[in-house]
Design a protein around this ligand. Structure first.
Ligand code: AMP
Length: 457
């Protein structure tokens, strides 16, 4: 097995500083926890994606985290970087080769075929929000486990559908407040009619220039010459710039298709840049492909990309079926949102802290906490044995807008204190009115409240 094609149980060279096998444990290199502060971004992104996909008639699909390795090698292409260097491949107990999914499309296409979705009205429009795994070199924005959302439109070929996929992606970026950071790059990479001829022309061009290429490109020249065009090495880029352009070798159909996609985008006011070296890293693409590039960092920090893949379903054992799709990286979106200081709803912040003193008070607090929560108030109870002063300090640390205080006097008198933490004032109200009074105050402060089954939009 290729040394880079690691068995997942064989990661001894990749531990964090203390090593993976001795406590305290750390995550493997390139793999991260999503901590609560980042989860609010992830939740918001998911809601936006769900909303925009539903609006456009897409339905959610979840494919397994691992599949038979062939699903990916066949679909993505054996010579692609993903398959040749980046897959987490392992054998199950019966010796069958399995792979953690490195991207979403191959699994969705496998499912489309397996579940007879070609019998449904076409196009079948599906979206997913899932983790993916690639043995990539970890760096800023590049991880070994990362989240992607994506959508696929399977079963019809029309440039309007490609334009619509791009438009949904663009709208999601706009909803998230980051569309202006990215620049839509477009290219046509031809199809089975015109691409083979172009690849021959490209090979001829590189003939005799092999020594100027990086090691990867020498391999690409033999196995996957199209990838020579998007190499990041400086010498390779210089050659790529003067290499024959695919756009000059497209067949009439691919040319017309590309023109139509662009016209539809113009019609919708979506700006794009014709990028002759955009080829995408996966073999299954045909015709028009696209990526959203960071305006400052270019391809290094692309937020997402996609295109048409008319040959994939047949390649995976289904009938000849056209399709197109898009996928975006959620960690990179979160980073872009933070860079832009985009605020997301603080749905996790507490509204109320309940402090109490004495056994009687604690008994009365438990149903009160439950009633507050039922009424949509995010409530934390200090149910330990700390003094009221300690509990109040805790309330301060949790930065709650209100604290309810139930001491011995209040229990005796059938009241409760509501303290406004931002101004430090407090009122005493009848205990039975506590929920109503808190809900009223939260409403007045315009703190968002939970409504069962809520959506953002
Ligand atoms: P791709 O289909 O490979 O172009 O991936 C689509 C998007 O997923 C990229 O534009 C990135 O935003 C994201 N992505 C891909 N690989 C990684 C990775 N290793 N770590 C984080 N995000 C990634």
């Amino acid at each position: 097995m290729d040394s880079k094609k690691l068995n997942v149980t064989n990661e001894e060279d990749e531990g964090a500083s203390t090593g993976p096998l001795t406590p305290p444990y750390q995550t493997p290199k390139g793999v991260h926890d999503i901590l609560p502060n980042d989860h609010k971004y992830h939740t918001f992104i998911k809601k936006v994606v769900r909303h925009r996909c539903r609006q456009a008639g897409f339905r959610r699909i979840t494919t397994p985290i691992f599949e038979f390795t062939d699903v990916f090698t066949r679909g993505i292409g054996a010579t692609s970087d993903i398959v040749s260097k980046e897959m987490y491949t392992f054998q199950d107990r019966k010796g069958r080769s399995m792979t953690l999914k490195p991207e979403g499309t191959a699994g969705v296409v496998r499912s489309y075929i397996q579940n007879g979705m070609q019998a449904l009205p076409q196009p079948v429009e599906l979206y997913y929000i899932e983790p993916h795994f690639r043995y990539d070199r970890p760096q800023k924005g590049r991880y070994r486990m990362f989240w992607q959302f994506g959508f696929e439109c399977i079963g019809e070929s029309d440039a309007a559908l490609d334009a619509q996929v791009i438009q949904i992606a663009y709208t999601i970026l706009k909803d998230l407040g980051i569309a202006e950071l990215f620049h839509l790059q477009l290219n046509s990479i031809g199809d089975e009619v015109c691409r083979p001829n172009y690849i021959n022309v490209l090979r001829d061009f590189y003939f005799g220039k092999e020594r100027s290429l990086c090691a990867d490109c020498k391999y690409r020249l033999e196995k996957n010459p199209l990838r020579l065009l998007d190499c990041k090495e400086e010498d390779c880029q210089i050659l790529a710039q003067i290499a024959p352009k695919l756009v000059d070798y497209l067949c009439t159909e691919c040319k017309a298709y590309d023109k139509d996609v662009k016209e539809f985008l113009e019609e919708m006011g979506i700006k794009f840049h014709q990028n002759n070296s955009l080829v995408r890293g996966l073999d299954y693409y045909t015709k028009t492909v696209f990526e959203f590039w960071d305006r400052n960092e270019g391809a290094q920090n692309a937020i997402g990309g996609g295109g048409r893949y008319d040959g994939l379903i047949e390649l995976m054992g289904g009938a000849k079926t056209p399709a197109c799709g898009f996928a975006a990286g959620m960690e990179r979106i979160v980073a872009a949102m933070k860079r832009e200081k985009i605020r997301v709803p603080e749905k996790d912040d507490l509204h109320v802290f309940v402090a109490q003193l004495g056994d009687e008070a604690k008994k009365k607090c438990l149903p009160l906490i439950s009633d507050l929560r039922e009424a949509g108030v995010r409530t934390m109870g200090a149910l330990g044995k700390g003094a009221i002063k300690t509990q109040m300090r805790l309330a301060d640390k949790f930065k709650v807008p209100y604290t309810l205080i139930l001491g011995l006097t209040e229990v005796r008198e059938g009241t409760i204190i509501i303290r406004d933490m931002s101004v430090g004032t407090q009122v005493t109200v009848p205990f039975e009115n506590a929920v109503e009074e808190v809900v009223k105050r939260i409403g007045e402060k315009n703190l968002d409240t939970y409504t069962p089954g809520e959506v953002v939009f």
